[in-house]
Design a binder for this molecule. Structure first.
Ligand code: NAD
Ligand code: TYD
Length: 356
């Protein structure tokens, strides 16, 4: 029994490896290209663990996938690998098409051939990790996205993830591949790369830099602590019905301004500034993201009702844990805020504010 899991040097994948190995001896083969978002330092504590095999590779490289499947004979494939940052997808969409669309296609084809060569075992699973962003943007009074909500992706990122979801669906309907898909809301927690809102704001606050809020800061996201997402994925792998999709969310809708103010208030308590001022003073409103989705919210009642999953963390408990983790791991932040990271921040925020 082995899992072949892609993209586990990134944020959610690395948390998945830690969560999985804390509760199981079933080995994981982790295939990751190590893009700017993949960091082996996220996996430091398991790099010498016999249950975790790391392979640097691209999910669009079919020959490598065939070789790994034949060698490790996994009972399931879980696909986390993706380009995941909306702002980068606006600057340079091509990488999103390469990995999220073509990479998923090659992984599905490799999985189909492997599953067929194995005699189509009933227990095999292809679990695809997706996002709520494929559903588009909600109005203020609309109910959260259910699994039957139409796909209305608005960014190059969400369009590429929507394409991947459709391929996964088609490989089930056409070829019978036993697939599962999860569509999750925004995650936060340890090992989150500081290009995304929550880790960027924590990092900038502690570095004395501006806390950039796009537009009016009233956009809403539905935040889920990453470990709860990892537990939901385990639950879907164990109990999910083949061909089904499951929406995963924390029932924690917050405006971006609320999120940033919560981070500032927590840091004021845990790491007060010598000047006696609040981190709030660093908040800076900057030019909005083009095509910025106004609101995401998830109706997670299907996974709760049918599979018995519920999130363990509230936003308050999860954000406190997250901030404590960043305060305890300055060496991790230092190791990943490299030259390439600094180049991105300069390019992105100079354009928005006129100053780095
Ligand atoms: P991430 O950007 O932190 O990590 C992505 C990982 O994939 C990196 O380690 C990267 O090196 C790897 N990768 C990229 N291209 C690859 C390729 N061609 N071949 C092999 N590896 C490749 O992303 P994340 O936030 O951990 O997201 C993981 C998955 O979860 C993605 O599919 C994303 O769409 C989905 N998701 C993310 C969130 C969120 O809030 N972060 C919410 C819902 C769903
Ligand atoms: P992000 O973490 O990039 O996730 P996503 O775009 O996938 O939801 O952004 C979360 C929200 O925060 C989104 O509405 C954009 C906003 N945001 C800012 O206001 N400032 C920032 O510097 C960043 C990175 C995001």
């Amino acid at each position: 029994m082995t899992l072949l899991v892609t993209g586990c040097a990134g944020f959610i994948g690395s948390n998945f490896v830690h969560t999985w190995l804390a509760g199981s001896d079933e080995p994981i083969v982790n295939v990751d290209k190590l893009t700017y978002a993949g960091n082996l330092s996220n996996l430091e504590s398991v790099l010498g663990d016999a249950r975790h095999t790391f392979v640097q590779g691209d999910i669009a490289e079919r020959a490598l996938l065939d070789k790994l499947l034949a060698l490790h004979l996994p009972r399931a494939i879980i696909n986390f690998a993706a380009e995941s940052h909306v702002d980068r997808s606006i600057h340079s969409p091509i990488d999103f098409l390469h990995t999220n669309v073509m990479g998923t296609f090659h992984l599905l084809e490799a999985a189909r051939d492997y599953w067929t060569a194995q005699g189509q075992p009933e227990g095999f699973r292809f679990l695809h990790i997706s996002t709520d962003e494929v559903f588009g943007s909600l109005g203020p009074q609309e109910p959260g996205f259910s699994e039957t909500h139409g796909y209305e992706p608005n960014s190059p990122y969400s369009a590429s993830k929507a394409s991947a979801d459709h391929l996964v669906r088609a490989w089930h309907h056409t070829y019978g591949l036993p697939v599962l898909t999860t569509n999750c809301s925004n995650n936060y927690g340890p090992y989150h790369f500081p290009e995304k809102l929550i880790p960027l704001v924590i990092h900038n606050a502690l570095s004395g830099k501006p806390l950039p809020i796009y537009g009016d800061g009233q956009q809403i996201r539905d935040w889920l602590y990453v470990k709860d997402h990892c537990l939901a994925i385990q639950c879907v792998l164990d109990k999910g019905l083949v061909g089904h999709t499951y929406n995963v969310g924390g029932n924690n809708e917050k405006t971006n301004l609320e999120v940033v103010e919560t981070i500032c208030a927590t840091l004021d308590r845990l790491r007060p500034l010598a000047s006696g001022r609040s981190y709030r003073d660093q908040i800076t409103f900057v030019k909005d993201r083009p095509g910025h989705d106004r609101r995401y919210a998830i109706d997670a009642s299907k996974i709760q009702r049918e599979l018995g999953w519920t999130p363990q963390e509230s936003f308050e408990s999860g954000i406190a844990k997250t901030i404590a983790w960043y305060l305890d791991h300055p060496e991790w932040v230092a190791s990943i805020t490299s030259g390439a990271y600094r180049d991105w921040v300069e390019q992105q925020y100079t354009a928005k504010t006129g100053a780095a």
